[in-house]
Design a binder for this molecule. Structure first.
Ligand code: PMT
Length: 314
């Protein structure tokens, strides 16, 4: 794991290309947060999906981090149901709130074209092919009408790092009303722009050997400098269950934030552990709950929003 200090975060602009629209996005996030806090809401910034690390500047190949975006997208829905306003910082084309429920459905198979009279056609939806669509659509439209969801996209690691920094600075003025829920799967390795080949790497040159640098852990300046009063939750993903809790406590100790949600790749939809300095709570989804369509994110969000209330009241 890379360690990070403030100096390394200052080098961010040199080593990671700044996205063109970062200032506009920062302003949009700051306005969003201010408006919702004035209306009595809390704001959660959710990161979701995996980052992409290019191997060439005119990118043909890249290194990706695994994440479907399901955790982030479903959590966003539960936070919205709890009255939060949500900034959804997600990987381009990963799962999004509400529409995630219909991935794999071919929209055109759900539609029928009816001719009412000559020249007038009406498209109708077969609701049996889109389970629960009426409720989901109502909920989605309520969220849209009040403007409770601000989607922001990233693809590359550079975009992720700069947009997360911008988000932290934009949410800093709302203090403890802000929650950071960092569910994205972020690369620990990258190739600095100065060391990256411009053109496609040629296979005719033989086997590829690449050397990658450690990515600064952005959590440290986020907690310490950019949004010091916010309620910050990181995620810890491991494939070896035997080291999970130790790694989660290590993260809590290193970054001094409020909670770590620890999960193992293969069991992440049915079991997580929330680790804070005061308690360790296992959340389990039973088979019966899973059959009823309960999701573990509902439990995670309930726990963390209660902990957030406690944090604000303190
Ligand atoms: O999207 P799904 O398919 O539903 O899967 C969900 C998930 C498994 C991706 C999610 O639950 C999860 O565990 N996300 C975190 C994965 C991860 O990158 O863990 P990590 O140990 O590498 O990083 C720990 C924390 O530090 C994360 O909160 C990450 O956002 C943050 N980080 C990581 C690298 C970096 N340079 N800076 C960071 O701040």
């Amino acid at each position: 794991m890379a360690s990070c200090d403030v100096a390394s975060s200052c080098r961010m602009n040199e080593e990671f290309a700044v996205p063109k629209d970062v200032e506009e996005v920062r302003t949009a996030m700051a306005n969003f947060a201010e408006r919702h806090v004035a209306a009595g809401r809390r704001v959660v910034l959710i990161t979701s999906g995996g980052t992409k690390v290019p191997l060439e500047s005119r990118t043909v190949r890249f290194l990706d981090n695994f994440s479907s975006g399901r955790r982030g997208a479903s959590s966003a829905e539960y936070f919205l149901a709890k009255g939060y306003a949500v900034i959804f910082l997600h990987r381009h084309r990963s799962l999004c709130p509400y529409t995630r429920l219909y991935t794999g459905v071919n929209l055109l198979d759900c539609l029928t074209l009816n001719t009412i009279q000559e020249g007038t056609e009406l498209v109708t939806v077969d609701q049996r092919k889109l389970p629960n669509i009426t409720n989901i659509l109502k909920r989605y439209q309520e969220v849209q009408t009040v403007g409770l969801l601000l989607p922001v996209e990233f693809s590359t690691l550079s975009e992720y790092l700069h947009l997360l920094k911008a988000a932290a600075q934009a949410l800093s003025p709302i203090g403890s009303k802000a929650m950071f829920y960092l569910a994205a799967a972020v690369s620990d390795f990258y190739i600095p722009a100065s060391e990256m080949p411009e053109h496609k790497i040629q296979s005719s040159n033989g086997p590829l050997q690449i050397s990658m640098k450690m990515v600064p852990k952005i959590l440290k300046p986020l907690v310490k400098d950019w949004a010091p009063k916010a309620f910050v939750i990181s995620f810890k993903l491991e494939t070896d269950p035997s080291i999970l809790l130790e790694r989660a406590y290590c993260a809590l100790d290193t970054y001094k934030h409020q909670a770590v949600v620890a999960n193992v790749l293969d069991t992440r939809h049915g079991y997580v552990v929330i680790v804070t300095k005061d308690f360790q709570k296992e959340l389990v989804l039973t088979d019966k709950e899973a059959e009823r369509g309960v999701e573990i994110e509902d439990k995670i969000v309930k726990n963390l929003s209660n902990a957030h209330s406690h944090f604000i009241n303190q």
